[in-house]
Design a protein around this ligand. Structure first.
Ligand SMILES: [Zn+2]
Ligand SMILES: [Zn+2]
Ligand SMILES: [Zn+2]
Ligand SMILES: [Zn+2]
Length: 345
C-alpha cells in the first residue's frame, strides 16, 4: 500500500516536472493524486454518471435543468421542488447551493441531456447494455424478452410472456378454437368498458346542445386559512356565469394532512355560488386544461343542484395524475378552464 501511493506521487512529479512550482506543493497534492488513482478503477461511464446525475434523485436526467450555479436537476425533481415551494409558500431553492430556482433563472442543459443519452444503460428485460437514446425503442420494439400478451387476449386469453415465446403460444392457444358461447363473457367485459367511455362523451355532447353554456378561463391563487393550524388552499377571483357570481376553491391532497410529506399529489376543487340564489339551479360543470393550462387533464363532468341552502359543492377530484399535478403547481400561474352548463327544467 505504502509503495503504491509513493509511486503515484512520483508519477505526478514526473508529469509536472517542467512546472516550476512542483517542489512547493503542499501535502494536499498527495491527496489529489491518490484520488485520481483510485478513480481510474471505475469506468468512465460510471464516473460520468456521478457527475451528470440529478442532484435530488441521483438518476440521469432525460430533460435537465440547472441552477444559476450549474447544479443539475431532472425535470421531474425540478417541478417537484417548485411545487413543494409553492405549497409551503416559500421561495424554491437549489438543493445543492440554496440559490433561488424558478422558471426564469433555471435553464435547460442540452449538453448534459445529450451526454446522458449516449451513456449506456441496461435493458430492463434482457439486461443488455445499450445507449440511453436507443433504450426506449429497443424495449418497445426490438427486445426479445419484452413482455407481451397473446393476440387472443380480447377473447379472454390471459397468457403473458416474453416476446420470443409469443409465436409458439399463439399457435397452440386454445382461445381461437373456443365457441362463440365460451368467449361471450370476455366480449361483454370489453363492451362494458367501451360503453362507459362512450357514455362520457355522449353526455358531453348532449350537454353541448343545452341552451345555457358558458366557460371561464380561471387562475387559482394561494390563500391560507386562519385556523389554529393554517391550511393552504387556492381560490379564483369571482367570475360571472348565468347572472350569478362564483368562485372555485381548490385543495392539494385533501385526504392528506401534510401534502409536502407525500410524493403523490392530487388536487380537488369545489364550485361555490357567491350570490344568493332566488331559485334552485342545476349545474353541470367540467374542468379542462384550457388554452393557458398546458397540462393533461381527463374529462369528468360533475353536477350539483345549487339552492339557497346549498351554495357549494363538495370537493371533487380534478382528473389529473400526480406528475401533471406537480407540473400544474410548479407553473408560474395555475390556469384551467371551467365549462358550465345550466339545466333548465
Ligand atoms: Zn431527479
Ligand atoms: Zn445550485
Ligand atoms: Zn432488451
Ligand atoms: Zn393465448
Amino acid at each position: 500500500m505504502e509503495g503504491g501511493s509513493d509511486s503515484s506521487i512520483q508519477v505526478l512529479r514526473e508529469s509536472t516536472a517542467d512546472k516550476e512550482n512542483v517542489s512547493f506543493e503542499p501535502p494536499a497534492k498527495k491527496f489529489k493524486v491518490t484520488e485520481v488513482h483510485s478513480d481510474c478503477k471505475h469506468k468512465l461511464e460510471d464516473r460520468l454518471s456521478g457527475i451528470l446525475c440529478c442532484a435530488v434523485c441521483l438518476d440521469l436526467p432525460k430533460t435537465c435543468y440547472q441552477c444559476t450555479n450549474g447544479h443539475l436537476m431532472c425535470a421531474g425533481c425540478f417541478n417537484h421542488l417548485l411545487a413543494d415551494a409553492r405549497i409551503k409558500d416559500e421561495t424554491a431553492t437549489c438543493p445543492n447551493c440554496r440559490c433561488e430556482i424558478n422558471r426564469c433563472v433555471c435553464i435547460r442543459n442540452l449538453a448534459v441531456e445529450k451526454a446522458v443519452s449516449e451513456l449506456p444503460s441496461d435493458c430492463a428485460f434482457c439486461n443488455s447494455k445499450l445507449p440511453r437514446y436507443q433504450l426506449e425503442y429497443h424495449q418497445k420494439e426490438l427486445c426479445q424478452e419484452r413482455p407481451c400478451s397473446c393476440r387472443y387476449s380480447r377473447i379472454g386469453c390471459h397468457w403473458e410472456g416474453p416476446y420470443h415465446e409469443v409465436a409458439e403460444h399463439e399457435s397452440n392457444c386454445a382461445h381461437p378454437k373456443k365457441s362463440g358461447e365460451e368467449i361471450m363473457s370476455a366480449l361483454e367485459a370489453i363492451d362494458a368498458q367501451r360503453q362507459e367511455e362512450h357514455k362520457l362523451y355522449s353526455d358531453i355532447f348532449s350537454l353541448l346542445s343545452f341552451e345555457k353554456i358558458t366557460f371561464n378561463d380561471l387562475q387559482l391563487k394561494p390563500f391560507r386559512t386562519d385556523d389554529f393550524i393554517t391550511r393552504l388552499y387556492y381560490e379564483t377571483t369571482r367570475f360571472t356565469a348565468f347572472n350569478q357570481q362564483w368562485v372555485i376553491r381548490a385543495k392539494i391532497n385533501s385526504d392528506h394532512k401534510n401534502p409536502t410529506h407525500t410524493i403523490n399529489r392530487s388536487l380537488s376543487y369545489q364550485l361555490v355560488a357567491k350570490t344568493k340564489l332566488t331559485a334552485p339551479m342545476v349545474m353541470h360543470f367540467l374542468a379542462l386544461s384550457g388554452p393557458f393550462g398546458g397540462i393533461k387533464m381527463k374529462s369528468k363532468v360533475y353536477n350539483f343542484e345549487f339552492t339557497e341552502e346549498a351554495s357549494e359543492t363538495e370537493y371533487l377530484d380534478l382528473p389529473i395524475d400526480s406528475a401533471e399535478c406537480n407540473k400544474l403547481l410548479a407553473s408560474k400561474t395555475i390556469n384551467f378552464r371551467l365549462v358550465m352548463f345550466q339545466v333548465t327544467k
